[in-house]
Design a protein around this ligand. Structure first.
Ligand SMILES: Cc1ncc(COP(=O)(O)O)c(C=O)c1O
Length: 380
């Protein structure tokens, strides 16, 4: 495949992802520099958190250095530890599991529905035991998991739901932002995402529980009650709880604020291209299916996932795209089949089903040029 890829000149190769860059970024970064203070919690951080609350309707939003960090905060806030089980879909990025494994919880894998590549609610309910404390729902590729079914199961069993919305910033489900259906939501603003600041994330809190909100406030203050000092309740802070250093600095917050302000234009552009591309791909008799979102979801089109019948079809599709200079990626190796799987005592999930639709997915993020070239050359 390398020999074929080399045949496409570098200038004609289409990268997997081109981060959106708002024209205001440089000015905002300049403001931070001239302010003299680069540390977390400054004016841009506060503005970005307020924007997130307003935009998502969440109770609280806290900027973090990553989505992984946001999920680690959720694990700390819920006091997860040895003896607790956390249910995670097997088809996801490993951070969905490691964020909770680090707290000492046992990871229990749940199967996915090959039609959505997200949690299969029926299998989820089978995985619940008396030790289950939390379910992590992953929103894949900008789609949204079946939050109504997942939250109903969680309510029946008295367990928390955390949404790994790393890929879903800007999407909606029934008009609601992902991350707001459950106790906690986590966004990623890593360079590979629809909105990015290099490395960043946010924890969304919808707890409706003042005690949990207070725990989160202490965790983000590195395990202290510094927030009470700032509000004038106390003269000095003390070590009060578990905690760590999760916040980004002001440069990241400034870049994010510029990107938040440009979100609608960014999303409109992606949606235009994606709709155009999917319509054309679906008119062709192709040996793979394009993953579609359900009617309730308005996707940010983080990427377009093609579900091949089997590994051989996926490999030839990828070689075909690469040979036309279109970068694409094989997607996750299911976690229960990954080299690290031996770390968990319980391995339940059955995905992938060999030789059935949904056996393999390969993602393609796109630009207009990528869409055109797929249509014009790669797939006819
Ligand atoms: C589903 C999912 N969860 C978590 C993460 C981790 O995000 P971050 O790099 O911001 O920690 C990613 C990153 O790609 C992801 O796709």
């Amino acid at each position: 495949m390398n020999a074929i890829v080399k045949a496409v000149p570098a200038s004609r190769r289409l990268p997997f992802h081109v981060p959106h860059r708002s024209s205001r970024q440089a000015a905002y970064v300049g403001h931070v520099l001239s302010s003299g203070s680069l540390r977390p919690g400054g004016a841009f951080s506060r503005e970005a958190e307020a924007w997130l609350v307003q935009h998502t309707g969440a109770e609280q939003a806290i900027l973090t250095h990553s989505c992984t960090g946001a999920m680690e905060m959720a694990a700390l806030a819920l006091g997860l530890g040895p003896g607790d089980e956390v249910i995670v879909p097997t088809f996801t990025f490993c951070a969905t599991a490691t964020a909770f494994e680090r707290a000492g919880a046992r990871i229990v894998f749940c199967d996915i529905d090959p039609a959505t590549m997200m949690i299969d609610p029926e299998d989820l309910e089978r995985r619940i035991t008396r030790r289950t404390r939390a379910i992590v729902a992953v929103h894949y590729g900008g789609a949204s998991a079946d939050m109504e079914a997942i939250c109903a199961i969680a309510r029946r069993h008295g367990v928390h739901v955390i949404e790994d919305a790393a890929q879903a910033f800007g999407s909606t489900r029934g008009g609601r932002a992902p991350g707001t259906f459950s106790t906690f939501g986590a966004f990623s603003f890593h360079e590979t995402k629809v909105v990015s600041c290099g490395q960043g994330g946010a924890l969304i809190v919808n707890a409706g529980d003042p005690a949990l909100l207070e725990r989160v406030a202490m965790i983000v203050e590195r395990g202290t009650d510094h927030a009470r000092v700032r509000s004038g309740e106390k003269a000095f802070y003390e070590w009060t709880s578990p905690g760590s250093s999760f916040q980004p600095g002001e440069f990241e917050a400034a870049i994010l604020m510029a990107e938040f302000e440009a979100l609608e234009e960014n999303l409109a552009h992606r949606r235009r291209i994606a709709t155009w591309m999917i319509e054309r791909l679906e008119r062709m008799a192709l040996p793979f299916a394009i993953l579609r979102t359900d009617a309730a979801t308005r996707s940010n089109f983080h990427f377009i996932a093609a579900l091949a019948r089997n590994e051989a079809t996926a490999a030839s599709l990828m070689a075909h795209l690469q040979s036309n200079g279109i970068d694409c990626r094989q997607h996750y190796v299911p976690l229960h089949l990954s080299p690290a799987r031996g770390r968990w005592a319980m391995v339940h999930a059955r995905y992938p089903v060999p030789n059935k639709p949904g056996g393999v997915s390969c993602g393609c993020r796109f630009t207009r040029a990528c869409g055109r070239r797929m249509w014009n050359t790669a797939l006819r």
